[in-house]
Design a protein around this ligand. Structure first.
Ligand SMILES: NC(=O)c1ccc[n+]([C@@H]2O[C@H](COP(=O)([O-])OP(=O)(O)OC[C@H]3O[C@@H](n4cnc5c(N)ncnc54)[C@H](O)[C@@H]3O)[C@@H](O)[C@H]2O)c1
Length: 439
């Protein structure tokens, strides 16, 4: 059992720098949300760190503080954001182009948003094929670019006076690449940076620069970045937390709500067909087969892990699972997802569930960005290093230790997250056993 002294957490003093490669729809919606909140123009709906509570002790004790009062988190108003993007637009212009937020709201936030200008990006079109832009670092090796990002981080810290920083990827989804020999050790990776190894992606250059600079790294996209020994070793050596991958915001969020429920009642599944239309830049990038492959892999595994076909062969061994994403420009960021779920019950009788989720991609993702950066900063101050499995709650393809299967069930993920907070603060973990109330 934990005791009050088992985790020492440094206080959240000073400002928190949030460094973001990619200043598109999600990032600008996140930044606009911070500024709107500061001015009383909006509430951080969807954010566990801002609106969630945590029950402590027995149900009879009536102790349910706000999470932000229970653990020492940085305050929203203490966040300073710095971004990189391949386009020159400032955050106001990028937000207008992303078309997520109403022009009237953006007008009120024009001044602070216009002040955020993207730093020059590390970019390689082999990894993101559908877009190209002028605001990129050129003329160096991959190691030169990594050093340039480290210099950007240094300058950002000086300019803003932040005392701590976290990096979170909100850039486009890169083409699917598995780990190659260059990713085997930190030494081979650094050689690869010097020799421009084609297997090293831009996101890995940012992650390397972040970790070398003592900055935790979170991956909001589905491609593999720190999921390889070289960067994991670096994170551990530097005592830094990492987490990812791919924000669990829309259709997979729904999937991980429904699937545990079907399984809890032992209702069988014969097929799950998911399709989406979306028309933002993310949709355009995902229209390219290599980037779609990254998304497909990240979206595919949740059901298999939740339903455990090996343990329940009659119910879940042979279901057909298909995921489609269609780029459809008229919808912009207002994504529409359809799920057709073929299930069966008593004596094998078939039934169907249809879900039609008319959502807003970036409105769902922005609070996740906020929570992840605040919890990663907390993790760092609490001395937690390597994969932060307790943040699986936020991701479609949670990073996990090689010998474990990932936990996808959102209710287990939330319990794990809250128990981690209780553990950090020396409170009893909650098992939901409850026998003590009936002694
Ligand atoms: N609900 C969601 O919106 C959601 C959910 C899960 C994952 N994601 C992922 O989050 C990421 C961001 O989504 P978005 O809707 O904001 O996309 P977006 O296309 O609007 O923004 C991505 C930005 O990244 C920039 N970029 C690309 N490569 C870069 C690089 N190497 N360095 C710096 N900038 C770079 C692009 O120019 C673009 O402005 C995507 O990878 C997406 O798949 C989003």
């Amino acid at each position: 059992m934990p005791n009050k002294d088992n985790v020492q957490i440094a206080p959240a003093e000073g400002k928190l720098g949030v460094l973001i490669p990619g200043m598109g729809a999600v990032t600008t919606t996140f930044i606009a949300g911070l500024e709107a909140f500061k001015r009383g123009l909006g509430k951080p709906i969807g954010s566990l760190t801002q609106l969630g509570t945590i029950r402590l002790g027995k149900r009879t004790e009536g102790r349910s503080p706000a999470i932000k009062d229970f653990v020492p988190l940085a305050k929203m108003e203490d966040i300073e954001v710095g971004c990189w993007d391949i386009f020159n637009d400032n955050a106001y212009e990028a937000a207008v182009k992303a078309g997520v937020l109403e022009p009237a709201l953006l007008e009120q936030l024009k001044e602070p948003l216009s002040a955020i200008r993207p730093m020059k990006a590390v970019f390689d079109q082999k990894f993101v094929k559908r877009i190209n832009g002028p605001n990129v670092k050129t003329g160096g090796t991959k190691m030169d670019y990594a050093q340039a990002v480290m210099e950007d981080i240094c300058q950002f810290k000086k300019r803003t006076g932040v005392s701590r920083t976290v990096m979170i990827w909100c850039g486009s989804t890169e083409v699917y690449h598995e780990a190659a020999p260059v990713h085997a050790t930190l030494e081979s990776f650094e050689d690869g940076l010097r020799n421009d190894d084609p297997e090293i992606s831009p996101s890995q250059i940012y992650a390397y620069a972040a970790l070398k600079s003592g900055v935790p790294y979170a991956n909001g996209a589905p491609h593999l970045t720190t999921d390889m020994p070289a960067l994991m070793d670096l994170a551990r050596n530097m005592n830094l937390p990492v987490c990812g991958k791919d924000y669990k915001s829309g259709q997979t969020f729904m999937k991980t709500l429904i699937a545990p429920g079907l399984k809890s009642r032992l209702l069988g599944l014969s097929g799950w067909f998911s399709t989406n239309i979306l028309g933002n830049r993310d949709g355009e990038v995902l229209d390219e087969p290599g980037s779609f492959r990254s998304k497909e892999v990240s979206k595919s595994s949740a059901l298999e892990y939740i339903l455990q076909g090996d343990l329940y062969p009659d119910l879940y061994k042979h279901f057909y699972h298909k995921v489609r994403i269609e780029y459809y420009p008229p919808r912009g960021d207002a994504k529409e997802g359809w799920d057709n779920i073929d299930i069966f019950g008593w004596l094998g009788y078939p039934m169907q569930i249809k879900i039609n989720f008319l959502c807003r991609d970036s409105i769902l993702a922005a609070p996740l960005v906020l929570d992840i950066v605040l919890f990663m900063d907390l993790a760092q101050r609490a001395g937690m290093r390597g994969i932060q499995e307790w943040l699986s709650f936020y991701f479609k393809a949670p990073m996990h230790a090689p010998e474990l299967y990932p936990e996808h069930d959102i209710f287990i993920q939330l319990m794990k997250l809250k128990n981690t907070l209780r553990y950090m603060q020396g409170e009893d973990l909650i098992t939901h056993l409850g026998l003590e109330y009936y002694d």
